[in-house]
Design a binder for this molecule. Structure first.
Ligand SMILES: Nc1nc2c(ncn2[C@@H]2O[C@H](COP(=O)(O)OP(=O)(O)OP(=O)(O)O)[C@@H](O)[C@H]2O)c(=O)[nH]1
Length: 335
């Protein structure tokens, strides 16, 4: 059923583990010529917001939800933003919600059935789960404390479409193993292999794929069970510092850090000011893989502040802060 058929606005929930490619897909959707006006709601895990700066400039309206996970503490915010959007529903055709990489999509999905006003105007079209072909197995296999759910499993279990991303980083054997693990969790789900989240949008948007009956068959408590527990051992360390960085020292430190601690550092990202460089340096890490490139120039009057965030297990905040400050040309110098 499409928007025109029942008059409700379709909502796509984009989920997937940390670093699986959600923002990459979001940018693709926002830049592709599809004629849809899309409102985006973004939720980010981490003490320092970075994602807003990684989403390409687009005409779409972007609402950010920080300071908590969409599936728990900020669910009230989600309802409030959706309420505000509904009052201006002539302004857009589709709503896209990007959850944090540690979100359980179930409570987000529940929102569209438990609130009458929302249910009358919005239609949950599909939960689209990005899966990182190169890293997902380690997260599926992670042992969790009693009562704590495995987010990577939940995200696949609730998926109406799986985008099996980063197939360029995994061999065929691994890809086959990942597909069979996905099937074991969610047998009927359509799996779409991709590189850099390059997918035919017609396969993931306005597909009418979310099926409440199927969900209730698999999870009869879906609409009533609102309790869930996060894995509290996964935390984030955000660092914000003014000053200019020595590029070589920075690269050496980040390379060494991820090589030695990359098993526990699930995700890292930052926007940094390199000495004598007019452009912002954007780095992205997923476990041991590190990618960095110069982005747009710092704007006139914009403070050259370094912002970076690490998300993972057993993070040593003091050591990270100290080592990062050690990469500044003049440690902590104000601009
Ligand atoms: N090699 C490779 N890299 C990819 C692919 N897709 C995304 N990436 C890179 O993986 C990193 C993480 O991608 P994002 O799109 O930011 O992932 P995310 O799921 O939004 O990350 P969080 O929101 O932090 O959980 C970035 O450096 C991307 O450029 C892919 O198919 N292949």
């Amino acid at each position: 059923m499409t928007t025109s058929a029942d008059g409700r606005v379709p909502v796509t929930v984009l989920t997937g583990f940390l670093g699986s490619g959600k923002t990459t897909l979001l940018n693709r959707i926002l830049t592709e010529q599809h004629g849809l006006r899309i409102a985006v709601i973004e939720n980010e895990f981490g003490e320092v917001g970075i994602d807003d700066a990684l989403v390409l400039d687009a005409e779409e309206e972007i609402f950010e939800m920080n300071n908590g996970c969409i599936c728990c503490t900020v669910r009230g915010d989600l309802i409030r933003i959706l309420g505000a959007l509904m009052r201006r529903r002539d302004k857009f055709d589709h709503i896209l919600i990007e959850t944090t990489g540690l979100a359980d999509p179930a409570p987000v999905a529940q929102t569209f059935f438990m609130d009458d006003e929302i249910a009358a105007q919005l239609r949950l079209d599909a939960i689209v789960t990005l899966v990182d072909a190169a890293h997902v197995l380690r997260h599926l296999d992670e042992a969790k404390p009693e009562g704590v759910e495995n987010e990577a499993v939940e995200q696949i279990a609730f998926a109406d479409r799986v985008v099996l991303n980063k197939t360029d980083l995994a061999g065929q054997d691994t890809i086959d193993e990942v597909i069979s693990r996905i099937r074991a969790i969610n047998a009927p789900v359509e799996v779409i292999p991709a590189r850099h989240a390059e997918v035919d949008l017609a396969r993931i948007m306005d597909v009418g794929a979310f099926d409440l009956d199927r969900v209730l068959r698999d999870d009869p408590a879906f609409l009533t069970d609102t309790e869930h527990q996060h894995d509290a051992t996964v935390t984030s360390v955000g660092i914000e510092l003014p000053g200019e960085l020595d590029e070589e020292r920075l690269n050496r430190w980040l390379g060494e850090l991820l090589r030695t601690k990359g098993a526990d550092i699930f995700r890292s990202k930052g926007i940094l000011a390199i000495a004598d460089e007019p452009r912002r340096y954007v780095f992205q890490g997923v476990h041991m893989l590190l990618d960095g490139e110069f982005g747009r120039p710092w704007q006139e009057g914009e403070a050259r502040r370094n912002r970076l965030v690490f998300i993972g297990r057993d993070l040593d905040r003091d050591a990270l802060e100290r080592a990062f400050a050690g990469c500044l040309v003049t440690a902590g110098a104000a601009v």
